[in-house]
Design a protein around this ligand. Structure first.
Ligand code: FES
Length: 272
């Protein structure tokens, strides 16, 4: 059993937990994920490891499905049945000095500090861009401000920071002619598709963290397959980070919608 040591809401939609999982914490690197199985009965949920501290790992999630809604009801002192990880490949962070831009949108912002910190620790100049639909949904601004050399904040409705999407400051940076070596974009599929389109004309190496449906997380079931550069890859073992400019976004977005009806039915059933 894996004890939840701290649990709290980061916004009305996003929750954060610190879980005692010594083996996972000891080996986890930026960009990797774990699979949580809260009670041994429901689905297994892949979640990015968004931080580590001693024996603890941090996970962040949006409570939108049956299992994440269950997770959101748990608090410090409760236990999870299984936490498997670290899974997947670490982020491709080079020794600096490089200039890297880390872009997060919505719940994806939760995964940006660990990459930003790893890039910073490797001697890179780190520019952060974080965005949300509105001010109340913006998370981890203070943490990102502390790590990054520069931070831009956007809200879709202009209630805080720069009005518009996170792609706006990225576009401005690209147009400014500043040297940018690598970009990471983490957020909902459509946001990553659109935002990575900004860097493509400039030939800037851009990574996205893909989040297809996963079951085993070890390359055996095939449920997480994605098409990258015309080749089939398994996000759980070949990723989850891939070259954004090679991802077949239409295929990914279609696969993410495959079980929407079943997910809605399950949520409705458990709320009855
Ligand atoms: Fe089964 Fe990736 S989750 S192969």
């Amino acid at each position: 059993m894996y004890e939840i040591v701290k649990a709290h809401a980061l916004s009305e939609a996003v929750f954060e937990m610190w879980i005692r999982a010594p083996q996972v914490a000891r080996n986890a690197q930026a960009g990797q994920f774990c699979i949580i199985h809260p009670d041994g009965a429901g689905e297994r949920v892949p979640l990015t490891i968004s931080g580590t501290e001693g024996d603890l790992i941090r996970i962040s999630f949006m409570a939108i499905g049956t299992t994440t809604k269950l997770l959101a009801t748990l608090s410090a002192g409760d236990c999870l049945r299984d936490v498997v990880g670290p899974l997947g490949m670490p982020s491709d962070i080079a020794k600096g000095p490089e200039t890297v831009v880390i872009v997060g949108g919505g719940v994806g912002v939760a995964c940006t500090p660990i990459i930003a910190q790893a890039a910073k620790d490797a001697g890179n100049y780190v520019i952060g861009i974080i965005g949300a639909r509105n001010k109340s949904l913006l998370i981890l601004e203070d943490e990102m401000r502390e790590i990054c050399d520069e931070l831009f904040v956007t809200t879709d409705d202009g209630s805080y920071g720069i009005k518009g999407f996170a792609s706006g400051p990225l576009q401005t940076l690209c147009e400014s002619g500043r040297k940018i070596d690598k970009v990471w974009i983490i957020g909902p599929g459509m946001m990553m598709k659109v935002t990575s389109g900004v860097t493509k004309p400039y030939g800037i190496k851009t990574y996205v963290s893909l989040n297809p449906v996963m079951v085993d997380g070890t390359g055996m079931c095939g449920s997480c397959r994605v098409v990258v550069g015309g080749e089939m890859k398994f996000a759980c073992v070949d990723g989850p980070e891939f070259d954004a400019h090679l991802v077949d976004w239409d295929d990914l977005l279609a696969r993410q919608r495959m079980y929407l009806a079943e997910e809605k039915e399950s949520v409705a059933y458990h709320e009855e």
